[in-house]
Each structure stands twice: as C-alpha cells, then as structure tokens.
Design a binder for this molecule. Structure first.
Ligand code: IVH
Length: 698
C-alpha cells in the first residue's frame, strides 16, 4: 500500500496536490492509453481519493486541468457520458484594467479595426452546463466535464425551475444548444447549512461546491430540494438559421424564448454606433473597464456569488474571425476579481464585549489578503457557532469576505491538522468577563457581562450614545469614545457633558487641536436638545430601538412619568411587548442607571419629547426608496417622507430603517436582503403611516 505524507498547511497541500496530479495523470495514461498499468486499482483509487479530498479542502487550488475535473474518472458513477458537439471552452484571464486593455488591443490588431462593440456579463461562480433543445423541447442537459465530454444530468436539470422544458416563439431553430451557469444563491446556501447544522451534519464549504454536489445527485428528488438557479449566457451550436448576429442579440433572443439571462449584463457599442453617448465619447473598452471596476465594488449587492466579469466581443462574425487558441477563445476574456476566500492560521479566539454586555467570540488570524483587503480578525458570532464549525485554535481555516460584509471564518481545513494535533486546542467560552472579570451570565447561546462599568462596554455605550439615530454628536466616533474611556475621562455617558470643563487636559492629548475640540463641544451642547425618544435610544436599553423608543416617548411625554410607571403601564403601550417592558422597567429601576439619568438632567439634557407636529410620524426613520411606486412619483414620496419627519437616503446601509420598495429595484432590494434590512411594500408603508396617526391624503 502506498503512503503519502500528510500536509501541515496550505503550501504543503499545494505541493502535494501537484504531485498527486502528475501521479494520477501518469497512471491514467498507462491504464487508458497504453493499456499497461503499473499499479493496481485500489492503489490508483487511493491516490485519486486523496486528491479529491485535498481539492475539496482547498477549493481555491482546483484547476480545470486537474484529473478530478475530467469526466471518466472515478467520479462518473451512475451518469452517462455526453460528448459535446462543440467543445465548452475556458477563458483567458485579466487581473486588472491594464490587462483587459491589452486583451482588447490584441483584438483590434487582429481584426484590423479601430473599435469593437463589447458585452460585459457577471461571471457567475457556479457550474457551466449545456442544454440541447430539439423541436422546442429539452432533450439533453449535461455538465461541462472536461469541456469535450460531460455527464448526462438531464433528470436533475429538469428539476431546476428556471430551465424551460420547452421554449416558446416562432424563430426557434429545429435544434440548438444553450449554455449557462447553474448556481446556488447565498440565501439558499445559508438555509441548507442551517438545516445541516441543526441535524448535526458537517457544513458545506461554499455555494459553488454545494451546487456541484447538488447537480450530481443520483436522486433527482434531492436536486429538486436544493433550489438551484440558472443564468444562460450563450447559444452553442445551431441546426437551421441562427436567430442572432451578436452576443447581445443572443441574450435578447434567449430571454424572449424563455431563458433567464442576467439583467446586470450590458452592451457597449463603438462610438460610431452609439449616438446617445456622443457627448461622452468614451470607447467601448473604457466603459467595459468601468463596468468591471464597478462590479468589484458592488458584487456584495448581488444575491449570488460572482468571481469576475466576462468581457465578450459582441459581433458574431468578428468572434469567428478571432477564433480560438488552445481551449480559450480570443474573442472573450474573464476579468477576475480578487479571491474572496483564503486559507490562513487561526491564531486565537478572543472575546469582545459589546455595549449591552454581550460577549462575542472573534477569530484572531494570521493576516491574509481576502477579496482585495487585508484581514486579521473575523467574526464568529457565538460560542455555539465555534463548536458547530468544529474550529480549534491553531487550525488552518478558510476565511471568507464578500463585498462590504464583515469577514467570517467558514470552516477548518481538516487534513492540515494531521501531525500537529498538539498545537491545537478547543475554545472555551469564558466564565469571567475578559475585560473586568465579572462573572458571566448566560442565556441560551448568548452570554453577557453584567457589569455596567466594564470599560469596553462603557466605550461602546458612549459611542452608541453619540451615534446618529441617538444623540447625534458629530465627531464623537468609536476611536474617541474608546480613547476617552481608556484615559478615564469618561466612566458613564453623562461624563460627555462634563468634557467642556476639562478643556485644558483634553488639549494636552495627542492629535486633539483647539478647533476640533470647539466643534466637538458645540456638537455636544446641541445634543442636549434631542427629544426623549432619541435619549431613550441613546441609553442602550436592551430591546429598545428607534420605533419602540418613539412609542414610549409619545405615550409618557416626559422621563419623570416614564420612571414612575409600573411595568404594566409600559406594557400597555401599543407595540410594546412584555419583554421590552420588563427590560425597560428593570433598567430604570437600577440605581446606577437612575443616577446616570439624573446626571444627564443636571447637565441640561432635555427630558421630554416633542409634543407638536415637529416630531412627525417618521421622525428618526432613515428611508431608502427603490423601484416604481403606484401612488407617488419618486419626488412626491421623498417630499412626503421629509415632511413627516423622516430622512431619505440614496443607499441601503446599516443605518437604514427600512427600504420602501416598488416594482423593480433589484440591487437595493438585494442589498437590503443581505443586510436584513426591513423591506416595506407601498401598502405596508401606508399602513405604518396610518398606524402612527397620519391621516393625510395618499
Ligand atoms: S462565456 C467561450 N459567460 O466561466 C466562452 N462564461 O472560464 C465561454 N462563466 O466555463 C464562457 N459566467 O462556467 C461565459 N457570463 C458568462 C459566464 C461564464 C460564468 C463560467 C463558465 C465557463 C467559465 C470560463
């Protein structure tokens, strides 16, 4: 029996993968071509399996030329082989704008033209498939396989709802092939993993691998439960007349006859053709580069993973003239985004203290570049997650970063453990607060530090107190809050209002000038006038957010009334449940909190709410509008929101209260979904206004 050394990390794995590939290729050649094997089947299988397992653990090291990526290997159990009538090609890569321009320059040189129209499409990180239609009906669906031969997965593909079993239209050729990319949305991936975590099964690594596994299920029922999706991007071979003369026309036709094409795709014509862009005479390549750069930034807005942009010469005749070198067409290239996953060492798991005292474990990582940014910490949510992911301190881990989202640890690289078991240790949830040593309170998977004076907790509380939806003290951010807390200037939020008296001491600090300080003091002074609803938000009372705070402030009108209220009276307010009422009551009963509120009042902070129309029904709300509404034009609805005390913002962010969404509006909706921001339809929005006492005209 052959033995292979076990890898200790990503580098070792890369080396071993290369070695395994050349061994597997050698033995396959001896077996299939020379008919003269040197080793037995089980030895070959062991090599092949080891390669498959390593590649599964290091998906970023998988290349199209790996023997595992070829049909006919050991993975072809149960599926018939389909020979592609025309090979399914790969793409050359461009890693920045300059390389894309170099590709384009070569296209112009070969065609001997000045300019060429281009089509840009997101490069979906899924699996390429081929669909053959005859007499309008789906005949065969196949994987790409090695590009020449794939697997017949028709039964599975028939379960994908976005694949038409029959196409519609008059200009449908007698037979043709369509190519596209099957993928799993981010949401669906998370749904599947949540179910697996619940069942105690190992978690999937990423949407792409999960989609691949789902497509190759022998039981189509399993595939059908996975909610796979498809974007088509190309017409392959055609019997009869072609319905298109350009890639753009192909996409339009595909869409017309019933396929899903990617709405983000765009066509960039030459200046000569594009009358509309005459006052902005950019060449097609300039606009293509801008498209690529835009989607590097915006990829997090999409509901699915993309790993680049495919840039294609639009005209079919020009495509044919340019032809293919090796397995890559000259007429298309892939602008590749920086990798979103990377492998690095998990140095430690530490615990941070949030403003409500919540203790959250986070990963301390050996710094690594992911998605174009340097990452050295990543969130782990809670101790249960650490356990569900099976992480050990000292593991090599896969780190993921999608768009603007906080980096996260996906999974440990299990083979990398072998031989270094004594360097690994499990994470133990602390029983004492790591910052102040107070005994930790636990509540299900969550744990908290109960000490109100715990320094990081105070710093976060102060930061929140000064933040936008709260007392809105501009210039009082995370860094300043942490620094002033650390230096002892601030022990509770009321100390903010005593800072002006310590002007000289503050001026002695590094990097704080007179002007900055005067601005800050002016902001602090202005914040004293915020209404009670804002103060209630600012105090970091558990479960009390903007809306609840408003309801409570409107009901009681004054802090004194609220402090005198029994828990039942608080609970009686519309929209306030028993948990919120209890938390608020407990907070106000606590003598330390009471003292802090008294200090705020003594400093001149307002303790009552707006009684006039000034505090309109939307006060404190930051609303983003998208899509087309029935009742109002965009201008009208924005004016209405402002009139009712709300604010209108152009982009969905963490501060957004909710998204008001009409028909269409894909990107903002996708971002709202990604950030779990509330999405209101027009009717729901109106209902909310009515609930809050608005009786205006629609
Ligand atoms: S066109 C000859 N368009 O990228 C042109 N490919 O490395 C071949 N892909 O195997 C492909 N989105 O799996 C094209 N909009 C798109 C694509 C796309 C994803 C994948 C496809 C292909 C690989 C090429």
């Amino acid at each position: 029996m052959m033995t292979t050394p076990e890898p200790a990390g990503a580098h070792e794995a890369a080396r071993e993968i290369e070695e395994l590939r050349s061994l597997v290729r050698h033995h396959e050649h001896r077996y299939h071509v020379l008919d003269d094997p040197e080793i037995g089947d089980s030895e070959y299988d062991a090599l092949y399996r080891r390669l498959v397992n390593l590649e599964a653990d290091f998906p970023e090291l998988v290349t199209p030329d790996s023997p595992t990526q070829r049909v006919g290997g050991a993975v072809a159990e149960g599926f018939a082989v389909v020979e592609h009538r025309e090979p399914m090609l790969s793409l050359s890569n461009a890693f920045d704008g300059e390389e894309l321009r170099a590709w384009y320059a070569r296209v112009l040189r070969l065609l001997e033209v000045e300019e060429v129209a281009l089509v840009c499409e997101p490069k979906i990180d899924g699996l390429a498939i081929s669909l053959v239609y005859r007499d309008g009906a789906l005949e065969v669906g196949a994987t790409r396989g090695d590009g020449l031969r794939g697997e017949d997965i028709t039964a599975n593909l028939r379960t994908v709802r976005e694949i038409p079993l029959r196409v519609q239209g008059e200009d449908v050729p007698p037979a043709f092939e369509v190519r596209g990319e099957v993928y799993l949305s981010q949401d669906e991936f998370e749904r599947l993993n949540a179910a697996r975590a619940e069942a105690g099964e190992p978690l999937y690594m990423n949407p792409r691998n999960t989609a691949a596994g789902s497509l190759r299920q022998l039981d189509p029922k399993v595939t059908s439960e996975r909610r796979l999706q498809l974007f088509v991007y190309q017409i392959g071979w055609i019997e009869g007349a072609a319905p298109h003369t350009s890639q753009w026309e192909a996409l339009e036709w595909l869409n017309r006859v019933g396929f899903r094409t990617n709405p983000v795709a765009d066509q960039f014509e030459g200046i000569q053709d594009a009358v509309a862009s005459i006052d902005r005479p950019e060449e097609s390549i300039d606009r293509a580069v801008a498209f690529c750069e835009e989607w590097v930034r915006r990829r997090g807005e999409l509901a699915y993973a993309i790993d680049g942009v495919v840039v294609k010469v639009d005209d079919v005749v020009q495509q044919r003239q340019l032809g293919v070198v090796g397995r890559e067409p000259r007429w298309a290239t892939a602008y590749k985004f920086p990798a979103e996953q990377a492998v690095t060492r998990l140095r430690d798991i530490q615990v941070s203290v949030g403003r409500t005292g919540a203790l959250t474990p986070f990963a301390v990582l050996e710094p690594v570049v992911v998605g174009g940014a340097r990452v050295s910490v990543a969130t782990l949510h809670n101790a249960e997650q650490v356990e569900a992911k099976g992480l050990l301190i000292g593991d090599d881990v896969i780190v993921q970063r999608a768009g603007e989202v906080i980096p996260e640890v996906v999974a440990p690289v299990l083979p990398a453990r072998e031989g270094r078991e004594d360097e690994l240790r499990p994470f133990e949830a602390p029983t004492q607060c790591p910052a102040c040593t107070a005994a930790v309170e636990t509540d299900g998977p969550a744990s908290r530090c109960p000490n109100l004076r715990c320094p990081p907790r105070v710093a976060r509380t102060v930061e929140h107190f000064a933040s936008r939806g709260a007392m809105d003290i501009e210039g009082f951010g995370e860094k300043l809050a942490a620094r002033l807390t650390e230096l002892g200037f601030i022990e509770g939020v009321a100390d903010i209002y005593g800072l002006a008296e310590r002007r000289e001491e503050l001026l002695a600090l590094d990097g704080i000038g007179e002007k900055t300080l005067d601005n800050l003091f002016a902001q602090i002074e202005a914040s004293k006038q915020r209404p009670l609803r804002r103060l209630l938000v600012a105090l970091s009372i558990r479960h009390v957010g903007g809306e609840t705070a408003r309801d409570i402030a409107v009901h009681f009108g004054e802090m004194a009334q609220l402090r005198a209220a029994a828990v039942e009276q608080i609970e009686a307010i519309d929209g306030v449940g028993p948990i919120v009422a209890q938390a608020l009551h407990e907070y106000l009963e606590d003598s330390a909190n009471g003292a802090e509120i008294d200090r705020l009042a003594a400093a001149g902070v307002r303790m009552d709410d707006d009684t006039s129309a000034r505090g309109g029904p939307l006060e404190g709300d930051i609303v983003v509008v998208t899509g087309a509404l029935d009742r109002w034009s965009r201008n009208e609805v924005e004016a209405l929101i402002k009139e009712l005390g709300g604010r209108v913002s152009g982009a969905v962010g963490k501060q957004t209260s909710y998204l008001l969404a009409g028909a269409g509006g894909g990107a903002k909706r996708a971002r709202a979904e990604a950030l779990e921001t509330e999405i209101l339809g027009e009717d729901e929005f109106l209902e909310r206004l009515r609930e809050r006492g608005w009786d205006g005209e629609e």
